[in-house]
Design a protein around this ligand. Sequence first.
Ligand code: ZN
Length: 698
Amino acid sequence: MKKKILPLLTALFAFCISACNQTASSDTPKSSGTPSSVVTPSSSVNSVESKSSSKTTSSSNVTSSSSAKSSVISSSTTSSSSRPISSSTPASSSSAQSSNSTPASSSSTSSSSDRPKNVTLDIFAFNDNHGCVKDTQGKGIGIAKLTTFVKQKTANKNAVLISQGDMWQGSVESNYTKGNLMTEWMNQLGFVSMTVGNHEYDWGKDYIIQNQELANFPTLGINVLNKSNSQRVDYLSPSITFEKAGAKIGVIGAIGNCLSSISSSKVKDVYFATGDALTTLVKNEATRLRNTEKCDFIIYSIHGDAKNDDQDYYDTSLSTGNYVDLVLEGHTHQAYAYQDNGGVYHVQNNGYNESVYDIVVNLDLETSSYTVSPTFYDTSYYSSYKNLDEDITTLNIINKYYDKFSFAYEELGTIDGFKDPNTIRSKVADLYLEVGTQRWGNQYNLILGGGYMSCRGNGLQAGTVRYSDISNLLPFDNEIVLCSIRGSDLANTQFITGADTYFVTWSNYGNSMKDSINYSSTYYLITDTYSSDYSYNHLTVVDTYDVGVYARDLLAIFIQNGGWAYIPPVSDHAGTIDDPKTISEAIDYARHHEGQNASAAGSEGFFYKGVVTRQAAQLSTLSGDLNAVYVADALGGDDMQIYYLKRNQYRNPNWETVNDLIVGDVIVFYGQAFNYNSRILEFASGAYCVSINGVSTD
Ligand SMILES: [Zn+2]
């Protein structure tokens, strides 16, 4: 195969054997949270000493915080900076507690006299940026414009930038710099912390450590624990504290219950504490931050979503017990700001820089009370911020790494029409089978290619396609593998049971055996390491395709070789066969016979007319012979694959050279269309063909 891109990629990937989690990070429609302000109970409320006493404390505080909350919510839905907080803060309940557990009073008494009475902070929350360096994905504005936005919004404010994780993986600019570019960008803006997300593990912990060394801020993960000793991993921190305008702020970071969304080989040594174990970790740390570190305000930064997930990581006793004062979230790419039943705000943004919350916190350090007022900013591609100037410092960071990803801007080809995510995932399954057959077909009877497939974004637009476009859709670094599986296991896998996240292309052999699986036989299939890592698939990796070649590379080569190519209509002369149908008509026919195999469809044959889109010479490296071609309807652009196409049913049945059919030839062929695997439409073996304006037809 003549492929420009593969050697480049192989060289790039040689140093990084990586796999990745391809959790379908849903691109959900943005829902702007309702900015509102509230008086929440004093952060002081000292309910953070021993667990038993905090129960008592929290119950008394719940009462007061509830009343505080209701009185405020009803009165305010927009940002307000000053609330009558004295009546609503549970000062009396605080003082009613044992004095040594009252951090507010102890911190205020121990503070110097020049400690300000009031401090206003602007906390800017970021999550799931997914390496959205440029604005070419049609999602958020790229980081150069986002920086301009942030600089404008933070000017003359006590601004604090905090990330809830999944910052790196997702674009060529970030993937091929392994997060370094994004980390440098975060350094420039002065982030105080980043909580580790599941996708930070896509390339393994070594890259988390490497980025940590580059970062001017800690990576937080209080609940990422070693399996060996249940201690927190040493490359993550439980929290950070810092001073801002005279106030002491603490940030505790945790990852949600999303271990299973990470390729298991990347997290085989760790687990994430969840449920009561996580709550205990956070309560203990919050207690330490209040009592020992004398924090005035505690932020809980989680890579998880307490609103939309049923994940077991947010215990509202953290709110009702006043352990934390603000919860910043991530992972589900949903923008919201709401208060839980403890009066504590939970805030998340859309992914890919599509939104930013500015959370204004007014701290009264004398009474240890505060107000929180989140303001939502739509920074999506379709917002007016798209027109901002690009920040020069950020452009310099991007340019510094340019050589690492510039290859991805080269044009691969031009496609004939929009390709939706399912079409792309189906094509990847085809390509897994094709390259697997090419590599291992002589040794193994392969049954299928495919597996769990995620595809980011909305698909590929018609026209020019670059590697960066494909990488945005398929950013997952999962290598392609030959696997074996016992028949008894195969019957129960999602390859067979048909989960809609599994995309599978059956081989002819696979089609012949899938309804009669022998439980004691061993079968072979082509998938990638995300599916082979998934223990419930019961797969054993037999061999690995080229190191550093992923689904997106196969799709890039496919397009580079003319796949889905736009073929200009070719003028033809009168057909040699009467009444030929178009490919579109053929496809319609085949769809009406969905589920039928070649023999079952045999009762009816049609003539069809189409244009050859891929030459046998190109196919030969994928399919190994001259028996398959792709044809497209010159008018509708529909694409159809034909196997075992004979030149003539009776005489000279095989094509003789690769030039017998060339791209652009208009052909008419006869056969029985059928639905190969509910996605690929084909003709059965025995279809025969007459070339109209190609070579002579005898
Ligand atoms: Zn995530």
